[in-house]
Design a protein around this ligand. Structure first.
Ligand code: SAH
Length: 395
């Protein structure tokens, strides 16, 4: 085991359980450290902090795995992590209406750098550093020991700047035939592995989709902005929406959204699917005086289109102001962001500024963060990245 020293000024933070090894907190580390090396982590004054591993990813150089000096990092350690993770998802495993959810969420489940999602009888492992990937055999062994599965796939997200590495993603068991058809609260989704970094559905929005269907869709004219494969639109229609418009810049979103409507026996021709820059669509709607009762706004944290670069931490307020302009009297905006650079308090301040500037009143009626299967680490606040606010206008 190699030694990594943490600067004394940061030692307390790590002693309190902070799990990510920031480059700026490292006082010294052997020059021969390799991806996947196990580390004994100490402070400059030799206080034991924990054991961890070395793995370069965008935000750090590795993760703490345990604060217990006697803990050995062996097969039993990894199997135990999975046993605990599965016990924590017991209710979801028993849910007959949902068979797609996260069973292992990185540092929240004790190992930063890996997530595991279940899609029916297939499991998808996503690795966030080459170092994390060194522990693959332990996790595979644990999965084979503890779980029934048909197939296992993986994605590597540790190319340059954390980018996705394109390659065959099949790992074990039987190859799937795609799309895999999964369900979430009784609604069907089409999932594709081997088609890039994203599979067709973002599992972290499950509770938000359900709430939109149950409490906010009936009779409403809905705009789903940054709609991707239309998951929010499907839930809106099933919740009784009068009409939906889904807008996304990516060409693939058109056929994927139709596929999701069809899978759920929705007449897609009665819905509107627009492949266009959201900002351009907002201008068009404004010009034509088109107003919506419910607007779902779930942009990426960072996006570059021909005319404009969008950064959630800088531009969310402006995006919301444009959204407010096309929201009907007493309408609702579901404002969502997955940007880890700011917390809920800051997000609320962005929202507030947008309304003050627009001279419209509002009330927050619902607030969501990650669902419980996306288990977070209490000392790692930035891991709780999802922030969703339901905003009721003109109250
Ligand atoms: N709300 C979706 C996920 C959105 S992912 C869901 O819950 O399923 C972000 C999406 O934004 C991507 O599909 C991407 O193509 C789209 N996008 C990025 N920039 C855009 C822009 N300027 N206009 C429209 N869509 C954009």
């Amino acid at each position: 085991m190699k030694t990594l020293k943490i600067k004394n000024k940061d030692a307390n933070k790590y002693l309190k359980g902070y799990p990510l090894l920031h480059k700026s907190s490292v006082a010294s580390a052997g020059s021969d450290l390799k991806e996947g090396d196990l580390l004994s982590i100490i402070s400059e004054s030799h206080t034991f902090i924990g054991k961890g591993y070395y793995g370069l990813q965008n935000k750090g150089v590795g993760w703490v795995l345990t604060q217990d000096q006697k803990q050995t990092i062996d097969q039993a350690f990894f199997s135990n992590l999975l046993i605990k993770a599965l016990a924590f998802r017991k209710t979801l495993y028993r849910d007959t209406e949902t068979n797609a959810f996260r069973i292992f969420n990185g540092e929240g489940d004790g190992f930063g750098g890996l997530t595991i999602d279940k899609f029916d009888d297939y499991y998808l492992l996503t690795w966030y550093s080459e170092g994390a990937y060194h522990f693959k055999d332990y996790f595979l062994h644990a999965i084979k020991e503890l779980l029934y599965f048909r197939g296992i796939y993986e994605k590597k997200r540790f190319g340059k700047q954390g980018r996705y590495i394109e390659e065959d993603e099949f790992v074990a068991g039987e190859r799937g035939t795609f799309p895999l058809l999964v369900k979430e609260n009784g609604v069907r989704f089409a999932v594709y592995f081997n088609e890039g970094a994203m599979v067709g559905v973002f599992l972290d929005q499950r509770e938000v989709r359900q709430r939109i269907r149950e409490g906010y869709s009936e009779g409403k004219k809905v705009l789903n902005a940054f709609s991707y494969t239309g998951a929010f639109s499907v839930f809106s229609v099933l919740g009784g929406a009068a009409h939906t418009t889904s807008v996304d810049l990516a060409n693939r979103s058109y056929s994927k959204t139709i596929e999701h409507f069809k899978l759920n026996s929705i007449d897609y021709e009665a819905q509107n699917i627009v492949v266009e820059d959201v900002f351009k669509y907002f201008k068009y709607a404004n010009r034509k005086n088109i107003l919506f009762d419910l607007i779902i706004l779930d942009p990426p944290s960072f996006a570059r289109s021909k005319k404009r670069t969008f950064r959630a931490e800088k531009d969310y307020t402006d995006l919301l102001k444009e959204t407010i302009e096309i929201t009907d009297h007493k309408g609702t905006i579901v404002a969502s962001t997955n940007c880890a650079k700011f917390n809920m308090r800051k997000f609320r301040s962005f929202v507030d500024k947008a309304f003050v500037d627009s001279n419209r009143s509002y009330q927050i009626t619902e607030e969501f963060s990650l669902p419980s299967d996306f288990k977070t680490h209490s000392a790692f606040k930035e891991g709780n990245y999802l922030k969703v606010l339901f905003l009721q206008l003109d109250l």
